[in-house]
Design a protein around this ligand. Structure first.
Ligand SMILES: [Fe+2]
Length: 431
């Protein structure tokens, strides 16, 4: 609730934003970022709990045409009840504070405990979306769109069995497939992965445990840690035991052509988890730049049943992103952020390059936008909403040339206000 995390207390609109440098004229769309922003006067018990606020910037013809911010107007925000008349959970009761995606004709603001909330391209709220009544579970904030089929793969997790349910939307946005996934308990599954043929499950030892404060999730020494491989058509899950860890965010997964699955994600061991989670509830100082979570690779061999594990870097990065056309397919480049740094990885060579934002600046998730006539995977732009520790400093939308992140931003849009540190961003093309 304090410093760069402090919520803002109003919705504003601003036009013709000041730009330093040259905005690529081909960027025609809207950058949106979601994050928790409790209403004025409310105190949030945990960073993850506040009502979602969307911040949007419209880029067109080399100009930053507007900025606006809007709360997602959910049943929760309007002080409705979390329960239906029959006492069951109303999935429309949502903070909608974690991410925003486009699928089919819909823009959806997501948080993992609830239905998606549809919003307009101008960030007005349409309402909860259950795909014509077909969705009966929550929806993760991290669905995966298959770049070839256009289908949207996702899941919902619950505190009661079935603890995890897998779903698939057609490219047009109809819910066409749902099946339960067998895990032994109420694991906090924030993200997952897809490959060409498979869905990859993270059944990890942060589980629902009521402790009376903050959010009811804790590390469990008994739960074990498994990564599961399931056909996109459902059926049995092939589980691989792994060293205990937690993963909020997957970078990518793919099949390597010799029966192996490669999964790159940001891994927390017990120590990293136990320093990070209380910090997210404001109970301890932020862990800062010490050894915490790491970019990490699991190689699952479907032929032998063996798993190889290795860190790919020792920086405490988060918010991994890849070119959307490479989701579930091999990728060479992966982007992530650590405090004042945006990191570009070449996961083939192990090399990395960085953009240092400057003292006091916090990097937001670096979203990759391919260039109009790209000939290589990294030809394009990285867009990151960067936020200063000093709450008097307006935030910026920085645009980097992804082939040369170390040369610094090609453009920086000065926003008309500070934006609180938040969660996930996305670039929505105008077409
Ligand atoms: Fe997330």
């Amino acid at each position: 609730m304090a410093g760069p995390y402090a919520p803002v207390d109003n919705e504003i609109d601003s036009i013709e934003l000041e730009v330093a440098g040259a905005l690529p004229a081909e960027l025609d769309g809207r950058y949106f970022r979601n994050g928790p922003n409790p209403l004025p006067g409310e105190i949030s018990p945990h960073w993850f709990v506040g009502d979602g606020m969307l911040h949007g910037v419209r880029l067109r013809n080399g100009r930053a045409q507007w900025y606006r911010n809007r709360w997602v107007r959910t049943l929760k925000l309007d002080r409705g009840s979390p329960l239906r008349e029959d006492g069951s959970l109303n999935r429309a009761y949502s903070t909608a504070n974690t991410s925003i995606i486009r699928h089919g004709r819909r823009l959806l603001a997501l948080v993992e405990g609830s239905f998606p909330i549809e919003v307009t391209p101008d960030l007005d709220t349409v309402g909860a979306c259950d795909f014509a009544g077909a969705l009966t579970t929550a929806m993760t904030a991290h669905p995966k769109q298959d770049p070839i089929t256009g289908e949207l793969h996702f899941f919902g997790y619950d505190m009661r069995p079935p603890f995890v349910t897998y779903h698939r939307l057609s490219a047009a946005g109809e819910l066409v497939f749902s099946t339960p996934v067998d895990v032994p308990g109420p694991t906090m599954m924030h993200d997952f992965a897809i490959t060409e043929n498979h869905v990859i499950w993270l059944d990890l030892p942060v589980t629902l445990q009521f402790s009376g404060k903050g959010l009811p999730f804790q590390w469990s020494d008994d739960y074990g840690a498994r990564i599961g491989v399931m056909s996109k058509n459902g059926g049995p899950v092939r589980w691989f035991e792994v060293e205990p860890c937690y993963v909020f965010h997957v970078g990518n997964a793919c099949e390597d052509g010799s029966g192996r699955i490669i999964l790159d994600a940001i891994r927390y061991d017990a120590t990293a988890w136990n320093s990070t989670w209380p910090a997210l509830a404001g109970e301890t100082p932020s862990p800062g730049t010490g050894r915490g979570q790491q970019l990490y690779r699991w190689t699952l061999d479907l032929a032998t049943g063996r798993v190889a594990e290795q860190p790919l870097d020792d920086r405490s990065v988060e918010f991994p992103t890849v070119h959307a056309h490479h989701v579930g397919r091999p990728n060479r480049h992966l982007y992530a952020v650590e405090c004042e740094t945006i990191v570009k990885y070449d996961v083939d060579t192990g090399k990395s390059t960085v953009h240092q934002l400057g003292s006091g600046w916090n990097a937001g998730e670096a979203v990759f936008v391919p260039a109009a006539d790209a000939h290589s995977e990294d030809e394009g732009w990285l867009i990151s909403l960067v936020i200063h520790d000093d709450t008097n400093v307006p935030s910026q939308l920085r645009i980097l040339d992804a082939t040369a992140v170390e040369t610094g931003p090609v453009a920086a849009v000065r926003l008309p206000r500070r934006v609180p540190i938040g969660f996930h961003g996305n670039w929505i093309t105008e077409e």
